[in-house]
Design a protein around this ligand. Structure first.
Ligand code: HEM
Ligand code: HEM
Length: 141
């Protein structure tokens, strides 16, 4: 049970890395003038999966902390980065949803979406490090 949260969030991290790889191909085509094909539907599907795993996964982390220790917000950097991720997850999802539902020639929104989500992936990578410390110091000790 205590490993469900790390497992879910790590899966979402892998999905987001792949979604970023696909998104970068779009960036390379529209902004760098390279010849590359953007797997639009796959990007939307995997990106959406990553976001909808991260959000409830965050809630699950809090629930597990509460069940185990009867207190939340005790893991320092791990919960701080988690809270910081919330607005980025919401913006990344909403901006992607809009660009998918109403396709148009855009320059600024894709760039902001891509930069926002690059930061998000980096924060999730950092969570791998801080989360591993939580596992070592709080769960397995
Ligand atoms: C972790 C998840 C995600 C990452 C890392 C990511 C990353 C990116 C990147 C780097 C681009 C290229 C931006 C550019 O051309 O400057 C992009 C484009 C795009 N993304 Fe995402 N994205 C994610 C999630 C989503 C989601 C959830 C959706 C939709 C619900 C979505 C829809 C799109 C669409 C439609 C484009 C093309 C926009 C256009 O060129 O008109 N993305 N994404
Ligand atoms: C990817 C690797 C990650 C690992 C290994 C990890 C590990 C953990 C562990 C072991 C806990 C304690 C509860 C439990 O035993 O499950 C926890 C709590 C938590 N995690 Fe993660 N986590 C990861 C990613 C994330 C991400 C991406 C987020 C946010 C989107 C997040 C948000 C939280 C929150 C909010 C808590 C409650 C902490 C507190 O109340 O102080 N975690 N995590």
């Amino acid at each position: 049970m205590m490993f469900s949260h790390p497992f879910l969030q790590f899966s979402a991290l892998l999905l987001s890395l792949y979604a970023f790889h696909l998104g970068y191909k779009r960036f390379a085509a529209t902004k760098l003038g390279r010849k590359s094909v953007f797997a639009w539907k796959r990007h939307v599907l995997l990106g959406t999966l990553a976001m909808v795993i991260w959000m409830p996964g965050l809630g699950l982390g809090l629930l597990l902390a509460w069940w185990q220790w009867n207190i939340v917000f005790i893991t320092g950097a791990h919960y701080q980065i988690a809270l910081l991720m919330i607005p980025f997850i919401v913006f990344g999802y909403v901006s992607g949803y809009i660009m998918d539902k109403r396709k148009a020639k855009r320059s600024v929104l894709p760039l902001v979406h891509g930069a926002n989500n690059l930061l998000l992936v980096l924060m999730a990578l950092a969570q791998l490090g801080t989360g591993a410390k939580v596992l070592r110091d709080f769960v397995l000790s």
